[in-house]
Design a protein around this ligand. Sequence first.
Ligand SMILES: Nc1ncnc2c1ncn2[C@@H]1O[C@H](COP(=O)(O)OP(=O)(O)OP(=O)(O)O)[C@@H](O)[C@H]1O
Ligand SMILES: [Mg+2]
Length: 487
Amino acid sequence: MFVTEKKEETLLLVGGNTTNGSEILSYLSKDYRVLSAKTGKEAYELLRLNEIDAILFDEDIGDISGESFFKEARVRYPDITRIFMSESRDDQKVMEIFKAGAVYQIIPKPCPPWHLRLLVNRALESRELARRHRFLSRELKFSDNAFRSSKDHMVKLLRESYEFDKLVFASDAMLNVCNLARKAAPTDLPVLIQGETGTGKELIAKAIHGFGSRKAFPFLVQNCGALPDELLQSELFGHKRGAFTGAVSDRLGLFSAADGGTVFLDEISEVSPAFQVSLLRFLQEGEIKPLGADKVGYADVRILVASNHPIKERVEAGTFRKDLYYRLHGFEINIPPLRERVEDIPVLAEYLSRNYAETLNRKIAGISGQVIRHMQAYSFPGNVRELETEIRRMVALTSNGEFVSIEHLSSEIAQALPVDDRIKEQSYINEAGTLKEKVERLEALIVTQCLTRHRWNQSKAAKELGLSRVGLANKIKRYQLIAVGKS
Ligand SMILES: Nc1ncnc2c1ncn2[C@@H]1O[C@H](COP(=O)(O)OP(=O)(O)OP(=O)(O)O)[C@@H](O)[C@H]1O
Ligand SMILES: [Mg+2]
């Protein structure tokens, strides 16, 4: 394998044993980072570990035919531009490859290197135009100047990512969440933000405040889970001197301090019935009664609340007041767990690692695709916060200028096998277990293979399997199937 110095776009030259092979390599290296593989095996390994923009396949490679190589590359890496250099003068054979592999160009050999350089330039230009077209169509759909393409100041993996305030994402699920937050922002309604720990509830709350009319006023946060009732009441509403043991002086509460701004109440599901009553009164009348005071005061504060548990369940269980619940969910925003939006993992990993590397004053070359695939197979119970900690550790372990790679992964995540790899192992079905478990594994395998065949087009896969779309979605969820290598 041979790697030239790092440039913007990466070419994979497969074969290249022709007479002018080294000339081609040095020509292309002027514009691109060029990886070169002498065998098909080497080529697959490089594809797996790198983000490649174009493949140049030189026909005379020993261990694999151009046709089968492109067939596989087309399915697994549909985004890569494929160019085939052929010696063949047999029209039919060349056309077969063209159809089967959907190559962008077939170039007769020998080809002068300057011509090849022009062709590769053109091919990547047209790929970039197609990419921008896709991106703009999507932008148009969600036309909103809060979102902007991050391409200009972010790298490779962030190709189609969005930012909303401090949130970075690529999934439609998060796009919907942020669109809703954006709509909620200019209103003065309370917002109930729900999601597992570490999903970004506080970031969303800050963004709502930042995009609303109160942004020049304070945004104050109170965690309601950790405090005994009296202390929580006093934190928020304030107290008079002597109101309780330890109240040695008057204290202004958070609501008064945030007058004109926003108060974010975290872990709202944990508050006591007495506190629920006070909060309801505040929401209805803006009334503040400090502990031990006989006069009420007023504050103009917008309330945003968050919960790790669905509040509705607490309402049904009778531990959370229904009237308060209805007051609080002017808007309800539910942030899905990270494992249900694995498309966000590459962009988050890239963003978090760049950020952290910067604070360490270190340069990393990127994150290997293999690391991302393992991360996408892992369940992340701690969501983005857990990903953040993992990335920080990995960046700290990576030497300057190197890729964050598989050996830096924590063993827990390294053990999460990407579905693709797992199902390749014959023994997978026969692992110990009851008949039911084995049948389920077989079912997961069949569904995965069908989905892979249809490049995760769920309508087509459901049709082939004789399932409804909902039925298929349930199986994907149940077996936690993940689209590996999906474009
Ligand atoms: N989409 C995102 N883009 C960038 N960073 C994110 C994103 N989502 C979460 N984070 C980061 O992950 C960490 C956890 O986010 P946050 O504190 O908002 O989560 P939370 O849902 O409030 O968690 P908890 O329930 O534990 O309070 C923070 O460091 C935050 O910056
Ligand atoms: Mg939080």
